[in-house]
Ligand binder design. Sequence first.
Ligand code: UD1
Length: 420
Amino acid sequence: MDKLVIEGGVSLKGTTQVSGAKNSVLPLLAACLLTNERCRIKNVPNLRDVNTMIKILRSLGAYAEFSNGEVVVEAKNLKSHSADYKLVSTMRASFCVLGPLLGRLRKAKVSLPGGCIIGVRPVDLHVKGIVSLGARVEVQGGYVVVEAKSLHGANMYLGGAFGSSVLATDNVMMAAVLAKGKTVIESAACEPEVVDLANFLNKMGAKIKGHGTPCIEIEGVRHLHGTDYHVIPDRIEAGTFILATAITKGDCIIKGAFKEHLGALLDKLIEAGVKIEDADGGLRVRPRKNLKPVNITTLPYPGFPTDMQAQVMSLMSVTPGISIITEKIYPDRFMHVAELNRMGANVMREGPHAIVSGKKSLSGAPVMASDLRASAALVLAGLIAKGRTEISRIYHLDRGYENLELKLQKLGARVWREKE
Ligand code: UD1
């Protein structure tokens, strides 16, 4: 296993390029199962999760090859409708093969992904939507088994206790594109990655309207065809680099950081005093001596993203004053709190709230990565901490950040990978 070593204290300077969005590319790859023609997905980041999805597609009988940032998929002869526990349990997003398998083959068997370190993660909304389309659903031996003689369009409400669901919206959309008649999803997720998937499906011949709003309308078609598609940049990676610049009081241009995808984050950072302006193909983040604390509540898009909660906590940990961070999507997503406190932060958790008393500085320490975004938070803390930080279990980072340490090195950071 590898660990990341960081010697903190360097202000980041220069230009970096954001990679393609992980959370877009995973459903896009699954959507390739909806056609027997060849699809070419471009701007694909080389991540562990992407490679896991490619393995799943191959296990179903599809041809899938990844080279030079492009994945070619041809799902001509599917030999299986079953996605195995071994692969699905390593990545929850693999559950999004359920919708396309059902749409294409009228049956699917996908392992239940189970909970994960950031909390209980049910799939009731996926099931509700798929049942509305006319499928029978059973849970057998840890698998969700779905079958339908035919799929028909339906009106459905997909809001849950924590709001809309990204992958449930994706799954239902992918099953409904090949259903007979019209489907209307109310309380659909509005995330840019859902919009990217709908745009891809429309390029394949689907008829989807309203994506990007809470009401998506899908007119079923008989057949989808192959196409080429360029994935949007990763807004969470962009946000992580914006915060890396802010926390180190650096001056960086982040290419591929789209203002329109980052509204809630930029609003809070500007309130905190970070200078952000348009730059060629992205955003420029500039230093400000004294930032002030801000309160943050995570919400479904366009609200503040839960996937940026841990990273913003690192910034607030070194911003003198009190800030309150409230997690409304995954109330238990606070694994990073104890590790940040090991680096000298003062964060107290109270249920779904974290009360952060900002300090002047943090100190380097050996810490442990627990999940993807918590790992990114520790990297940010390490960049500003005095001395040496060693982050173990960084395989979590490799799930979602392409060449993170190389990109940070190019901006001047003293960071490298070592064997544990
Ligand atoms: C996606 C993202 C993940 C992000 C999350 C929330 C991908 C591959 N992953 O995950 O990075 O953190 O959105 O923005 O896109 N829920 C239910 N029932 C369901 C499904 C979800 O109650 O059937 C709840 C979840 O427990 C959570 C909330 O709804 O509280 C939102 O989860 P959801 O949007 O489904 O997350 P994912 O799509 O799995």
